[in-house]
Design a binder for this molecule. Structure first.
Ligand SMILES: N[C@@H](CCC[C@H](N)C(=O)O)C(=O)O
Length: 303
């Protein structure tokens, strides 16, 4: 009998931010950064902006403390194999996987992430709709904005253009720059320079934003560890908060929630900030394929 490893996976996306989902419910799998990068490779692997390992919280050392509130932990890796604290599109797709696998019901559930607990609502699919059709809403926690000063006043640079930007943390880091035209961001083949670098000791995601109408913006993103992607959920939330503050809207002051539509190259997200500062994001979550990695290929990848 062959000792070659067997590994089932799924492929899914949220607004075309795409992921390889690896169910490893009892946390038995060791996935090095190099192995993740090989699996996420779009030519030599399955391909994805990131890899999501689905693990029982009680089986993961970083999640054990959350196991009483959340049965499942999202172990998120960028496509270069680096670890990220949170992924907004990924956590919706994670919830969709749980629902599809019969590990969670439609309605409310809580998922553990490295950025803490995230509360999810999976809407009921329309009776005639595809199983993936009900939108997923995520409580994304509060945006953290450093005070004005060296960490709060950052700049983003592409070629000979520089924009002032907002440093916003949504569990993971973001620099949000308002531009006149999304093409000004250039091809984004390499990461935009962000100054001062000390504001982001672990690197950052960078969003470029334009207005589309009242409380309606569009963005492009360069993701830390993945390059330009078609969407970033945490980035869209950072953009929503930056746009609201720029527009003089602060729910903590007015006592009224504020909602923005954020268009990304891969679709649309609807994002609200509540008077208590929490941010909620709603968007699609789709599983497109399921299969098994070739055992011989996997054996070499895990080596
Ligand atoms: N695409 C994600 C964010 C994934 C992690 C990010 N690249 C990071 O390193 O922080 C999202 O939808 O939020």
């Amino acid at each position: 009998m062959s000792n070659a490893p067997r590994l089932r996976f799924l492929k899914g996306h949220g607004t075309e931010n795409d992921f390889v989902i690896v169910p490893d419910l009892d946390g038995r799998l060791e996935l090095s950064a190099a192995a993740v990068a090989r699996i996420c490779d779009r030519r030599a692997g399955v391909g994805g902006d990131g890899l999501i390992r689905v693990v029982r919280s009680s089986a993961h050392p970083e999640a054990r403390g959350m196991a009483a509130e959340a049965e499942w932990f999202m172990d998120y890796r960028n496509s270069d194999g680096s670890i990220a604290e949170m992924c907004g599109n990924g956590v919706r797709v994670f919830a969709r996987y749980l629902q599809r696998a019969g590990l969670a019901e439609e309605g409310d559930l809580t998922i553990a992430t490295r950025a803490g607990l995230r509360h999810i609502h999976i809407a009921k699919a329309a009776p005639e709709g595809a199983p993936d059709s009900g939108a997923v809403t995520v409580g994304m926690g509060k945006a953290v904005l450093p005070e004005p000063g060296p960490d709060g006043d950052v700049t983003v640079e592409v070629g000979d253009r520089t924009w002032s930007a907002r440093n916003i943390n949504m569990g993971n880091p973001h620099a949000v720059a308002f531009v006149d035209d999304l093409d000004q961001a250039g091809n984004l083949f390499t990461a935009p320079a962000v100054h001062p670098a000390s504001a982001y000791p672990d690197g950052t995601n960078v969003e470029f934003v334009v207005d589309r109408g009242p409380q309606h913006v569009a963005m492009r993103v360069h993701e830390r560890g993945s390059g330009e992607t078609r969407s970033c959920g945490t980035g869209a939330c950072a953009v929503m908060v930056a746009a609201a503050r720029r527009d003089g809207a602060d729910p903590a002051v007015t006592g009224r929630p504020v909602t923005y539509t954020v268009d990304v190259p891969g679709g649309r997200l609807v994002i609200s900030e509540q008077p208590d500062g929490t941010v909620e994001m709603t968007g699609p979550a789709v599983i497109v394929a399921e299969g098994e990695l070739d055992p011989v290929w996997l054996d070499a990848v895990l080596d």
